[in-house]
Design a protein around this ligand. Structure first.
Ligand SMILES: Cc1cc2nc3c(=O)[nH]c(=O)nc-3n(C[C@H](O)[C@H](O)[C@H](O)COP(=O)(O)O)c2cc1C
Length: 324
């Protein structure tokens, strides 16, 4: 699965959305640049807005793009005078995206992006139900809620590709609903599934970190602890033990598992359980699954801090300081 995010950004908001999606989904990035850059500032805003209203197509700095190389294309823009910024007009005219799986996001200061998103959808010849995201100045006025919304949207957009796994569904109190769903389909409102993250600590106080394969579609090459979605019929602990067996070839003793954190996320529709196991395994006894994991290392808390500070760790592990 190869995906790309094509965007234009004058003041950094659309750029932030594009970069956080790329970080989460492992998508490539293409930033459009007009040959004559648009100026910032109030007066020029009026003239740029006029260009957008009259659907101008400014010449772009040469770029390389071949739609056929991608399974999923995400396109983003700031809203200018209710319209897509003009560089998007050029891009969408120069490239035939008909029949491609496209999704669109727009940043605005008002939240009123419906017209702009509709216009982009039309220009791209996209399906009626193409996923859309409207977000208010996420860079100029950041909030955790906005970041969550962006991430949730990205996961929905890319999640639609997977469908080989069944998940059990639970209500807000974690009572089974007696229903299952296919991974990647939309999770109904009020329903949740269980996701596990498994930490292993050895007697030297080091934690086993694994590096996601470069072939993964989400966060390729990022460091994390083993984890994943619990499958239908499994308990959270059974899911944790299975994930570690599958990815690292380590057989954990379920009796040694301690649930150290459990959080319900309404945005991601999951109960996210964090398990801790005290276990001593030599690095050469680990049989990692190459398609999933490209490296494994026992690391100190300081080394893990360093990974996080250098943006080399999976974003969903942002809670790690609470447990190590
Ligand atoms: C020329 C221009 C026109 C704009 N017109 C609108 C508008 O019609 N509606 C709106 O809500 N925001 C409007 N904005 C605000 C931007 O859409 C918003 O701040 C967006 O987040 C900027 O994205 P960027 O940082 O990626 O350029 C306009 C901004 C500019 C520069």
């Amino acid at each position: 699965m190869r995906s790309i995010i094509v965007y234009y950004s004058l003041e950094g908001n659309s750029k932030m959305v594009a970069e956080s999606l790329s970080n989460l989904l492992g998508s490539e990035l293409l930033q459009l640049e007009p040959k004559d850059p648009y100026p910032t500032g109030r007066v020029s805003k009026f003239l740029s807005g006029k260009d957008a209203l009259s659907h101008k197509r400014p010449e772009l700095v040469p770029y390389e793009f071949n739609a056929d190389e991608y399974d999923r294309i995400i396109i983003g823009t700031p809203v200018w005078a209710g319209q897509p910024a003009p560089p998007l007009n050029t891009f969408l005219t120069e490239n035939d995206l008909k029949g491609k799986r496209t999704s669109f996001f727009a940043c605005s200061s008002s939240g009123n992006a419906a017209k702009c998103l509709k216009k982009m959808k039309e220009m791209a010849g996209a399906e009626d139900d193409a996923p859309l995201l409207s977000i208010i100045d996420p860079y100029a006025k950041p909030s955790d809620q906005k970041i969550q919304t962006i991430q949730q949207w990205g996961i929905e957009v890319i999640g639609r590709f997977d469908s080989d796994e069944d998940w059990d569904l639970y209500d807000t109190e974690r009572q089974p609903l007696g229903k299952t769903m296919k991974r990647g389909s939309d999770i109904p409102d009020g329903a949740y599934h269980i996701v596990v993250s498994v930490w292993m600590r050895n007697s030297e106080g080091r934690y086993l970190m694994s590096k996601r394969s470069d072939k993964k579609k989400w966060c390729p090459g990022m460091w994390e602890t083993t984890g994943g979605a619990v499958e239908s019929g499994e308990t959270s602990l059974e899911g944790a033990v299975r994930e570690v067996r599958e990815e690292l070839g380590i057989e954990l003793d379920p009796a040694k598992g301690r649930l150290v954190r459990s959080v319900r996320s309404d945005a991601l529709h999951d109960f996210y359980d964090v398990w801790m196991f005290d276990v001593d395994v030599e690095s050469d006894e680990i049989r990692r699954q190459d398609e999933e994991v490209s490296d494994v290392r026992w690391m100190t808390a300081e080394e893990i801090d360093k990974l996080w500070n250098e943006n080399k760790m999976h974003v969903l592990l942002d809670y790690y300081k609470e447990i190590i």
